[in-house]
Write a protein that binds this ligand. Sequence first.
Ligand code: MTE
Ligand code: MO
Length: 194
Amino acid sequence: KQHSVMAAIQCAGNRRDDFNKQKEVKGLTWDVGAIGNAVWSGPKLRDILMWAGVDPESPELMHVHFEGLDKDFEKNYAASIPIDKAMSPAGDVILALQMNGEEIPIDHGFPVRAVVPGVVGARNVKWLGKVHVSKDESKGHWQQLDYKGFSPDADWRSLDFNSAPAIQELPVQSAITHIKPESDVISIKGYAWS
Ligand SMILES: Nc1nc2c(c(=O)[nH]1)N[C@H]1C(S)=C(S)[C@@H](COP(=O)(O)O)O[C@H]1N2
Ligand SMILES: [Mo]
């Protein structure tokens, strides 16, 4: 059964340039644009996993893994999400076959993309090649050695990545994208996301 969900997908690095003004952080210096909204359509991940016989109550099955067909660090891109997010009866995680009612553009994950609304971009795996369920979290580079949250007093030069959990959900975000003075008013545009 096909479902549609509108989801803004945001990179954890969105507004990193603003962070840099407070304290130096590492990574591409994104301004406010590392976020994008679309309507995604495809089967629910929950339905696929139930069809495949996955028992949501099994203590052996804690994380759903996604593997992309692309490689970096000589390994396929890999990430995982907690099973509760994937299997919740109210769940909205889908294996998208369409974006805005058309084939997904290649840059955004053609032919299949895992869309995990509310969860950081890095877990919304594009060019999806494989899904599996495991007791452990993904060992992928971007799950273990990047995209983790640290306290403000941490210094990126001396981070112990094993000491922090992988980012899944993100805090509320908002930004102003346009400020245009008109005759007697100022027109302002922006976005807010939670
Ligand atoms: N297979 C695969 N999926 C991926 C990535 C990747 O490198 N490979 N990058 C992730 C990251 S870090 C982000 S922020 C989003 C970006 O999605 P977009 O290109 O549709 O904006 O894709 C995610 N999914
Ligand atoms: Mo990202």
